[in-house]
Design a binder for this molecule. Structure first.
Ligand SMILES: NC(=O)c1ccc[n+]([C@@H]2O[C@H](COP(=O)([O-])OP(=O)(O)OC[C@H]3O[C@@H](n4cnc5c(N)ncnc54)[C@H](O)[C@@H]3O)[C@@H](O)[C@H]2O)c1
Length: 218
């Protein structure tokens, strides 16, 4: 199945479909109509039909969707039907927290290495993974077929590290450092930026708007 021509908005919604379908599977649900899925996900049924039609629909009129099939097909589209080896660069608070989170592995993201520059951390293990020094990176990446690098190091070190990682063969970067890496990397390197603070600011905006509305309605 080709995903050519699929809008970014649809791709952005796929992980959410995948998560809901996974929950349905865990609950033993085998079939679901777009109406029921719509109710659970708070997305219109027509949006769901439209989104899933991008991939051939997966559903039969009147029978609803086969949950297992839909879950697995979306998983394939998201590349979750295989293992992705991952390293974490910067084994501080955030790096260690991510390494400790075992559930990424269930989706195929296997943390195989943790790296830092602080010699005090050398050899300390997090969930059985020893922290190594960054000079071991080039060989480690090759030997362990590492695909993804997670950046949890200071912002001031992120660009330089990202460029090195690309030289070492990394093509995908999960970037937590608050800096725009796209400006210094080749176009074919895939970067996914995560900014928890932006999510928090949206929460703050909604809270503030709610309070404002509440005040004027009094
Ligand atoms: N995107 C987000 O939502 C989000 C949330 C929290 C923190 N952060 C960012 O993540 C980063 C890490 O935060 P933290 O709280 O874990 O900090 P931390 O200080 O606990 O950890 C940073 C680690 O990076 C290591 N380091 C420094 N230079 C390095 C290099 N060149 N190569 C490898 N490792 C190096 C340090 O020795 C340290 O262990 C910071 O840039 C922070 O701003 C982002």
């Amino acid at each position: 199945m080709s995903e050519k021509g699929i809008s970014k908005a649809v791709i952005k919604r796929l992980p959410r479909y995948y998560r809901y379908l996974g929950e349905l599977l865990e609950a033993g649900v085998e079939r679901i109509s777009s109406g029921e899925l719509s109710e659970r996900m708070k997305v219109t049924a027509s949006q769901i039909r439209q989104d899933l039609n991008n991939f051939g629909g997966f559903g039969q009129q009147g029978y609803g969707y086969n949950v297992r099939y839909l879950h697995d097909e979306i998983g394939k589209i998201l590349g979750l039907n295989r293992i992705h080896n991952m390293v974490i660069i910067g084994a501080g608070n955030l790096g260690q927290a991510l390494a400790n989170y075992a559930s990424f592995e269930r989706s195929g993201f296997r943390t195989v290495g943790l790296f830092d520059v602080n010699p005090v951390l050398q050899g300390v293990t997090v969930r059985g993974i020893p922290i190594r020094m960054v000079d071991e990176l080039p060989e480690f990446i090759k030997e362990n077929k590492v695909e993804i690098a997670t950046l949890t190091l200071p912002k001031s070190r992120a660009k330089e590290m990202a460029q090195l990682l690309v030289e070492y063969g990394i093509r995908a970067i999960w970037n937590f450092a608050h800096t725009d890496l796209n400006l210094v990397l080749p176009r074919d390197v895939i970067v996914e930026n995560v900014h928890l603070s932006e999510s928090l600011m949206r929460l703050s905006y909604n809270l503030t708007s709610y309070e404002e509305k509440h005040k004027t309605n009094k």
